[in-house]
Design a protein around this ligand. Structure first.
Ligand code: GDP
Length: 361
């Protein structure tokens, strides 16, 4: 008996004999094969040729959590490094609704009109919006999305800010090696991610909206202090007057800040991303900045400083990961946590015990 269920004991239940799998209706149809994993050498070759598909695949490896992918990714980054660095890296921030997407679309087209290529990356560790959704970001920047010389990549999906930022930093290297000479790094201007963006760009642009004036207080002072330029968006229609007023307010607020490290005095302009007004002026301002920091050597100084910063950031991140992912440590931490919560041990001696154990491993 083929099926035990057909035994009399199981009355009312019959199981039919299975049929053979029918032949493929279309013999020419091949099963979709998974793309073979390219070697680091192949990836580098494709990237240096400027092949966007290869670039995208390498970025996927950079973003991957798998240790094998990370090994390949690190090798690719290392080999791309000598071909990187020749770009203008511009950070763009502003609260949701400030008009970042609209503006990046028109700023991007303006930049591309002058030739060259543009990569738009993002750092948004808290993001629900960008979680793996390339389409989401592409529809936000409609014109750039279909431009052959633009590469748009949403933020690496949620993780620790340090981790997300490092991946974006590494993606910059790959994009530059692929010949992208303009890099925009977008972030939502509400939290910690600005500091991370600031530490990987040459110019930091803050998009603001005209408000009632109270808004000046709402802006995080730290973010304003980092800005090399403040632009007030939506200066169109009956909003022009308010935008001008905000411009004056920001200008006087900036006077109260200490001089910048670059020696550059941040400028404040108004524009309209939607109606494409004042775009050339914003870009002239950015050009003036680059000429200024090229001439006084700050450009190079800042880049070396950033390289140093990322070395320590990477060490910090890897040390933490190594520590917290260790199964022994994980177990011990669970135990110690309970002891500390129950006041059976002080935080300090608990921490010391765990660290002692780690260092003696
Ligand atoms: P983001 O959240 O910072 O990316 O902002 P969006 O680019 O999505 O813009 C938010 C809203 O503001 C959208 O409805 C836009 O159409 C609108 N907007 C963007 N730029 C302008 C502008 O220059 N003028 C006006 N009037 N509206 C704008």
């Amino acid at each position: 008996m083929e099926h035990i269920e057909n035994d009399d004991r199981f009355g009312g239940l019959t199981v039919n004999k299975g049929v053979n799998q029918p032949p493929v209706v279309n013999p020419y149809l091949q099963r979709r094969k998974r793309k073979p994993q390219l070697s680091a050498g192949d990836l580098v070759e494709g990237i240096l040729k400027g092949d966007i598909t290869t670039l995208a695949r390498a970025v996927t490896l950079v973003e991957s959590l798998s240790p094998e992918h990370q090994t390949v990714a690190q090798e690719v980054i290392e080999k791309c490094l000598p071909h990187s660095g020749k770009s203008r890296r511009i950070g763009i921030t502003g609260v949701p609704g400030a008009g970042k997407s609209t503006s990046i679309d028109v700023f991007g087209l303006h930049v591309l009109k002058r030739g060259g290529k543009l990569a738009v990356l993002a750092i948004d560790p808290s993001s629900e919006r960008t979680k793996g959704s390339i389409l989401g970001d592409k529809t936000r920047m409609e014109k750039l999305a279909i431009h052959p010389d633009a590469f748009i990549r949403p933020s690496p999906s949620a993780g620790s800010l340090g981790g997300v930022a490092r991946k974006t930093r590494e993606t910059i290297v790959l994009c530059e090696a692929a010949g992208f000479d303009n890099i925009f790094v977008e972030t939502v201007g509400v939290g910690q991610s600005e500091t991370a963006v600031h530490s990987m760009v040459d110019y930091f642009l803050l998009i603001q909206l005209a408000g009632t004036g109270d808004e000046l207080q709402g802006i995080k002072r730290g973010i304003m202090e980092m800005a090399d330029g403040i632009v007030i968006n939506k200066a169109d229609g009956d909003n022009i007057q308010r935008a001008k007023l905000a411009q004056a307010q920001f200008r006087s607020a900036l006077h109260l800040f200490p001089p910048t490290e670059s020696g550059w005095s941040p400028e404040v302009l108004t524009y309209s991303g939607y109606f494409e007004l004042g775009i050339a002026e914003v870009w002239d301002m950015i050009d003036r900045y680059f000429a200024f920091v090229d001439a006084n050597g700050y450009f190079e100084r800042k880049r070396s400083e950033q390289a140093r910063y990322w070395m320590y950031e990477t060490i910090d991140e890897q040390l933490r990961a190594h520590f917290y992912h260790n199964p022994d440590i994980k177990r011990m931490l669970e135990e110690k946590e309970i002891r500390v919560l129950n006041n059976r041990q002080s935080s300090f001696t608990a921490a010391r015990d765990v660290l002692d154990h780690y260092f003696s491993m």
